[in-house]
Structure formats: structure tokens, C-alpha cells
Design a protein around this ligand. Sequence first.
Ligand SMILES: *Cc1c(COP(=O)(O)O)cnc(C)c1O
Length: 400
Amino acid sequence: MKTFTKDFTLQEPIPQEGIELALGVMQTGRLHRYNTMPGEKGYAAELEEAFAAYMGSRYCLACASCGSALYIALKSLGVQAGDTVLCNAYTLAPVPGAIENAGGKIELVEITDDYTIDIDDLDAKAARTGARFFLLSHMRGHMANMDKVMEVVRKHNLILLEDCAHTMGGSWDGKKSGTFGHAACYSTQTYKHMNSGEGGLLITNDDLVMARAIMYSGSYMLYTAHTARPDASVFEKVKKVTPNFSSRMDNLRAALLLPQLKILDEQCRRWNVLHDHMAARLKAIPGVVCPQRDPREGYVGSSIQWNLPKAGYADIETFIAKCAERGVSVKWFGNKEPNGFTSAYDSWQYFPYLATLDLPTTRRVLATMCDMRLPLTFSVEDCDVIADIIAEVVTEMGLR
Ligand SMILES: *Cc1c(COP(=O)(O)O)cnc(C)c1O
């Protein structure tokens, strides 16, 4: 029986240049972003400049995590206690967590069979709730038709925040993911597209939003040490009325990230070689359904998802167990119990109304959706072994 022995959680090492920059930071002991020598910028500020330049955005703020960046972004965009925030129902726990942290009331929107937000449901719920805010999570790198999303955003005058944890380096119709909304957040947690263990990046072109975000992130009155920021005069309006949430990134993590940003596009290309090979193999397995992707979607295939529509609840559990026995690690957002990194929306019960919310399409899609990481430590040959195992398990279980 064929088995797979590589580790689905193993990322590539930090580039040598990043290790050297990080060692340099450690040798000086100046890890805190504001602990710089006169005239010295510090790597956190350098990273913000470099990421803003990469994204073509005016401003960037480095944070302790993407979850904290999302929370800070929501607050900076003006979310107040009790405000409704529209959000797609298929996302990762830090996203509803950020909305709760900002005091918002989440209004979940259905997803389609292709895992992206249901634009008609978005339109209907925006109209029904009169929501001002919309947090769109490009979950697992699946991008909705952004032309249509933006039509709804404009129609209802929504303030859009993009969660680009899985679309760093991605685009829609040639426009970078994260440049559609008023602000966007990215993750540099180990399993995302750049790795500093933990970390987040927030971009916006809005002066006031960035001034608030820098204050919220914990700049004290040292905000002029930031270089990807609006003019110091903008801070006069916010500096005394914006609390310090102490969610900064340090120079050590920024040192690890600077060289990774230089190779981000190449890494994304490598991910797509693995992803597209795996997708082609999976599509050829009877019983396996892969989502339709619009040719305008410039995705980054750092993970892959597919459905097993013939499977029942118990079948999926067995399928995952059989794959695991053979070394193939599959995750499942349809599990009734939250498990590992995954949880379904009805388990976010700090919003009590979610326990009984019925989103039939989202439920049906997630019930048989399988999710798998594709780390860059894998090769195309590895993808073939994994696909062979999946095909054998699907056949053996009669799920075709
Ligand atoms: C990882 C992730 C986040 C949060 O990122 P952290 O940096 O771990 O806080 C947000 N949204 C999605 C879709 C993610 O996958």
C-alpha cells in the first residue's frame, strides 16, 4: 500500500539573508521597533515601506498578527459597539474573533459551491441590515468575482476590509488582492505566504485610518518613527483619543520577512505549479469535485480544497482517517466539533445567534469539503503520490 511520509506542516527554512539580518538584530539587542539608533529606520519600518511599495498602497503598518491587524483595521475604519459587519461564513476563527473584539455584530453571508461569497446573499443582507461594514475574507485564496463584489459595495456604500491572509501575492483581473477595499490585512504566520512565526500587515490609502491604526497598534507618541504613514499633522486629530492596544511587530520578525518579500512572487509561482498539478490530478478522480475558478482569479495555491459530494458525515470522517493512515493530512471545515485550526460558523457561539443560524448552502458545501496544505517543501512527484492515495481511498470507499 502506497504511503506518503513528508510533513504537511513543514515550511521552507527562512532565507539565509533573513537569518543574517535577524542575527544582526539579536546581536544589538535592539529588537523593539522603536529602539533604534539616531538616523536608523529599523526593520519594522523598512518592511512597512517595502510592503506598501509592493502593494502599490500609500501606507502600511506591521502588527503582531493578522488577527490583531483586522481588529485594528475595523476599529480604525470606524466600527463601533453594536455595528453590523457583513462577512462570508467560510473563514478562519480569527476573523469572527476580530469582529467580536471590535464590538461588532457579525452578519454571515452564504458561500457558493466555489467557496466564494454569494453575491446575491451579500446584496440582500446589506439591504436588510443596513450594514456599513463588510469584512471579505478571501478564505483559502478563493476570490469572488471582485467586479461584482465592488458593485454591491458601491450600491450599499459599504466600507470594505479585505482579509488577504491567503491572497498575499494574489490578484483579480490583474489588480492586487487587498487593493479593492478601504483597507486590507495580511498574515505572516508560519502557514501563510511569508513566515515570521506570527505577524500581520495592514495597508490602506486613507490618512485618518492609517493614523488611527498606528496609534491603536501601540506607537505611543513615537509615530513619526513610522515611514509608511500620513503626515504628522494627521496624528494631531487622533493621538489623544485613540487607545494603545499594544500589537506591534518587532524588528526581529521584520528582519525575517524583508528577504521573503523579495521572493514572494516567485514563491507564489512555485505554489501554483504544485496546486495546478494537484488540481488536475484531483479533477480526474471520479467522485471528486473541484471548484470552478475564473480565469481572472490570480490565486496563490498554497492549499487546495475539493468536495466529495457522494460522502455522508461518517464517510468524510472515515475518508480523513484512511488518508491519515497513509500519511495524507486532510482537514475538514464540516466537522460538527471544532478541531485543530478548523471550526464552522455555528461553533463561534460568543455570537449566540450563530448556533442556530441556517445557511443551507454553506452547510452543504462545507459538509463534504476537504482541505489540504501544499507546502513548498513538496514536489510535483509528491503531489502525484498524494493524488494516488486520495484516488485509492475514494475508490475503496465507493465515493465515486
Ligand atoms: C491565518 C488567518 C488569519 C489570521 O492570521 P493570524 O496572523 O494567525 O492572526 C485570518 N484570516 C484567515 C483566512 C487566515 O487563514
